[in-house]
Ligand binder design. Structure first.
Ligand code: G3I
Length: 350
């Protein structure tokens, strides 16, 4: 993390502590003034607060107004994945990715690029042909160079490799691993770094936020890569959790701290908190508490600089399709009304 960021974050922390000490009568559960959005409050904390979006959402005035006022960072939910970006071997389709990057720029927002290499959403021309190892490396090089090169200076952080591990910490058997070998990971980081030396390069993973074999595997990989001079700058913690289960906040704090000791940043990259339907007030309160705990952990960690939610309205979320009977995982309801989780995030940022 840049030294200035650390200094600014430390000053903010000191200020908060001092203010609390000087105002013993101040009720800490008071909400911040209503006219301050998540974005306003996050910027006071020098934090990126983000959401995943589709191009259709930034093109729709109703959503766009909410997105630009509440968030200062955007991630393309699908538009920058290999398949959507390169439907045929000879065609790149930049329409949706460009729309998201243009929108972000016109509203002074950061962009997290998601994602260069993944096992999912790859085009059939890539998976169904028996490409040789050398051809796969060349395809990977072309893809990363073209995509990162196109957005050089405009996308501040890339999820270079997404979900590389199995639950037990072994490497997932993806087309990249099986056809190239484990060295595909360092090659990808090198290609991305050559295409944009200023972009922050992340490995992004789910269920690796707290303690466990997967979190150890991510830590060990990043440690090894950094010792060998591979340009990896951060770890993305996806944080897809539920009202029934989330990693203990203390474990997440511990993990962030050991990553800080390696010299890497952490971003919360895809947070949502699903619940079994129907929605009840108790579940909404529980959800709000989990969002708040994780944001508190991020704010307290000196190396956690970005907090992204995987969408913003319950109307558009991947959860109901993938977890039948569950939903309501985001911070605005289906009618775009703020939920208790929204207020909880504002209070954490206050
Ligand atoms: O674009 C096609 C459209 O042409 C077609 O008509 C429609 C019919 O179903 O499908 C559309 O594609 C869907 C795509 O989302 C865009 O909406 C895919 O079927 C659907 O599988 C895809 O789901 C995405 C999922 O990744 C794929 O695994 C979700 O939107 C997206 O939110 C989700 O995001 C992932 C992160 O990238 C990585 N971490 C986990 C996270 C949640 O699964």
């Amino acid at each position: 993390m840049r030294p200035l960021t650390i200094i600014r974050r430390s000053l903010v922390t000191l200020l908060i502590v001092a203010t609390a000490a000087l105002s013993p009568g101040c009720d800490s559960v008071d909400a911040p003034p209503d006219d301050l959005t998540l974005r306003d409050l996050a910027e006071r904390n020098n934090l990126q607060i983000g959401t995943a979006v589709e191009a259709s959402e930034v093109a729709d005035r109703t959503y766009a107004d909410l997105i630009r006022t509440e968030f200062n960072s955007l991630t393309a939910g699908n538009a920058m994945k290999f398949g959507p970006l390169r439907p045929t071997i000879n065609t790149f389709d930049w329409t949706n990715a460009d729309a998201i990057v243009d929108f972000a720029e016109s509203h002074r927002m950061e962009v997290r690029g998601h994602t260069l290499l993944w096992h999912s959403q790859n085009p059939s021309w890539l998976i169904n042909q028996p490409w040789s190892r050398a051809q796969m490396i060349e395809m990977m090089r072309q893809h990363i160079t073209t995509v990162v090169g196109r957005y050089r200076g405009r996308v501040s952080a890339w999820d270079v490799v997404n979900e590389a591990f199995n639950e037990d910490g072994t490497l997932r058997s993806t087309i990249w691993l099986t056809r190239i070998g484990p060295e595909y990971i360092e090659m990808a980081f090198d290609f991305a770094n050559q295409a944009d030396p200023d972009a922050r390069l992340f490995i992004n993973e789910y269920s690796a936020e707290g303690r466990g074999p997967k979190s150890d595997a991510v830590f060990n990989l990043v440690s090894d890569l950094r010792q060998r001079g591979v340009p990896v700058h951060g770890v993305g913690m996806q944080m897809h959790v539920s009202t029934s289960w989330a990693p203990p906040a203390a474990d997440v704090a511990w993990n962030m701290n050991r990553l800080r000791e390696l010299g890497v940043e952490v971003h919360i990259t895809e947070m949502d908190v699903r619940m079994p339907l129907p929605v009840t007030d108790a579940k909404l309160q529980q959800q709000a508490q989990i969002y708040r705990e994780m944001l508190d952990v991020c704010l307290e960690a000196l190396n956690c600089t970005s907090f992204t939610i995987w969408g913003f309205t319950d109307l558009h979320s991947w959860i109901p399709d993938h977890f039948p009977g569950q939903g309501a995982a985001l911070i605005f309801d289906e009618a775009l009304n703020p939920k208790p989780a929204y207020d909880a995030l504002r209070r954490a940022l206050e």
